[in-house]
Design a protein around this ligand. Sequence first.
Ligand code: GAR
Length: 227
Amino acid sequence: MAEEQTSRKRVAVLISGRGSNMAALAAAADDPAYPAAIALVVSNRPNAAGLAIARARGIETAVVDHTTHGKDRAAFERVLQEVLERHRIDLVCLGGFMRLFTPQFVALWEGRMLNIHPALLPSFKGLDTHAHALEAGVRIHGATVHFVVPEMDAGPIVIQAAVPVLDDDTPDSLAARVVGVEHRIYPLALRWLAEGRLRRVGGRCRVDGVPGAGAVLIHPQASPSSR
Ligand code: GAR
């Protein structure tokens, strides 16, 4: 298999729904020079739309239905871990995976599991981030890829992307703008993790050999005459 010949990292993407971030990662991994291969897509929901997208791409899929384990998180995670081990997974990417993990499961994947969150963390943790951003009146919103730690929507931040919040935005229009940048930053973060460029220093993450951004985002943008 291609990933074995080139020692690409074997990645599992965990989803609960649409799977557009999974598709963005899979599209990046179509490039044989990309250092990771999407070896498996796992959903905790049997009807997640992303499963069909993965299958259409020829990616192996698995369903680990959390409802069959009731409130027993550890039992759900045992089955999930077995599936990940069976597929010899090196790295895990959460892409709209709407389950919280126990600290024990997080420890198994420490430094090897990323999540994408639709806000500029540490602002707007949890659900309904776009509605909360509109309520708060922020002018700049965005998305974050971070390492997974036991605390929800925390962990060293790998990369963030910012978008303007426009006056007539709704949660849906803002979500559409944010997900557009999610699809750009998640493949970068996974590339860097697979290449071993990410160094966690305390609560922060350094990216070796990647220059910082050369631009600033000012929104609303003042015109020269209004300075
Ligand atoms: C994405 O916007 C992702 O950031 C968010 O769910 C969406 C999944 O979309 N994740 C979370 O809210 C995690 N707390 P997708 O299934 O099309 O990738």
